[in-house]
Design a protein. Structure first.
Length: 70
């Protein structure tokens, strides 16, 4: 189910990503949910899409997610 706010995201997302990355995750998740609503494994699919969106703008440095320099 789509999320209303970043505070509604799973703890595994909120506890690891900076606020801006959470916003990217939220937008990508909700958009993908609309596109894949009829897929059998919708939740797993859209979580993978949301993580992929985050990884386009952020990279993991040790335990932290940091913006990728343009």
């Amino acid at each position: 189910m789509p999320y209303r706010e970043t505070e509604d995201l799973p703890a595994s997302v909120r506890g690891h990503l900076p606020q801006h990355a959470q916003e990217i995750y939220l937008a990508a998740f909700n958009n993908a949910w609309q596109q894949h609503a009829r897929d059998a494994d919708v939740e797993a699919i859209v979580h993978r899409i949301a993580w992929a969106a985050v990884k386009r703008r952020y990279r993991k440095d040790g335990d932290d997610w940091v913006p990728i320099a343009d």
